[in-house]
Design a protein. Structure first.
Length: 287
């Protein structure tokens, strides 16, 4: 008896959500350890206050924070709300990406060898249909740590942005809608364009504009989304940053000279473009 689509959606959605919060748990490790030059593998996670090793029970994504009531089990120091927030955000956005590009029937039809004994459809799988899905996940799983690191430490680590360019270029080579040439143009437009804009700003304002981290990150985004995507990302990020910047300037009473990290706006915009870019284009051109 075939399983109904609604039931499959719940099963796959739950699986993707659990996968997403597990990735989010790892990204919390990246956010804390990478700027502090600590290995991502060893030592084991410990309380920043009393250095007590955190139990496996307390490390369960989302549930660990709930069961420990957001406190260290030994010294009772409060655990940052960032940890469950990142896990939940990663889980929810992973589900959104999955159902935007895929559905249970696509998975079942692509991998019949895993889900049935009927081999008549074996060989139907083709990677190109999954490329947009993995592109959005790649931007999500790199954008979250880059955003939080930039907010906290005002840096965008080379250890994420530079490999991101290489992986993005490789993905584009597999993407029939993009290709290697448009990816290279995207890198040049992203990194090169922002570099010249930054120098232009620095020349006339006599102070630094964009940091090199932002420039490399936009090159990374260009490698993944191509030159059209990187231009849309830059415009959207600038628009959002301008609004948030004005609100922050009023709230902080520092005026428009108050500096805010640009990385989170790039990450947010790139993710939105990767997921909803085609829908936005259709709306713009056809109304």
């Amino acid at each position: 008896m075939p399983i109904e689509l609604n039931t499959l959606n719940i099963i796959f959605g739950l699986f993707v959500f659990i996968f997403g919060i597990c990735i989010g748990s790892f990204l919390n490790v990246v956010i804390y350890r990478l700027p502090n030059k600590i290995s991502l593998i060893l030592p084991r996670s410990s309380c920043p206050s009393c250095k007590t090793i955190i139990s496996p029970f307390a490390l369960i994504p989302l549930l660990g924070y709930i069961f420990t009531r957001g406190k260290c089990q030994k010294c009772k120091t409060k655990i940052s709300i960032q940890y469950p927030f990142v896990e939940f955000l990663c889980g929810i956005l992973s589900v959104i990406v999955f159902f935007k590009f895929l559905n249970p029937y696509i998975i079942l039809d692509s991998f019949p060898i895993l889900f049935s004994v009927d081999f008549t459809h074996f060989g139907r799988f083709h990677y190109s249909g999954y490329v947009p899905f993995f592109v959005s996940l790649w931007l999500l799983y790199t954008g979250i740590p880059l955003s939080f690191i930039d907010l906290k430490y005002k840096i965008l680590p080379n250890s994420i942005t530079l490999p991101g360019i290489l992986v993005g270029f490789a993905m584009s080579c597999l993407n029939p809608d993009l290709g290697w040439l448009e990816s290279l143009i995207g890198i040049a437009c992203g990194a090169g364009g922002l570099f010249f804009i930054s120098k232009f700003y620095e020349y006339f304002r006599k102070k630094e504009g964009m940091g090199m981290g932002d420039i490399k990150y936009l090159g990374f985004i260009g490698a993944v989304l191509g030159w059209k995507g990187v231009i849309l990302t830059l415009f959207m990020a600038s628009f959002i940053a301008a609004i948030i910047g004005i609100i922050w300037a009023i709230y902080s009473k520092k005026g428009l000279s108050a500096a805010i990290p640009f990385g989170p706006f790039l990450a947010t915009s790139a993710f939105i473009i990767s997921v909803f870019g085609n829908d936005m284009n259709a709306y713009i051109y056809f109304g």
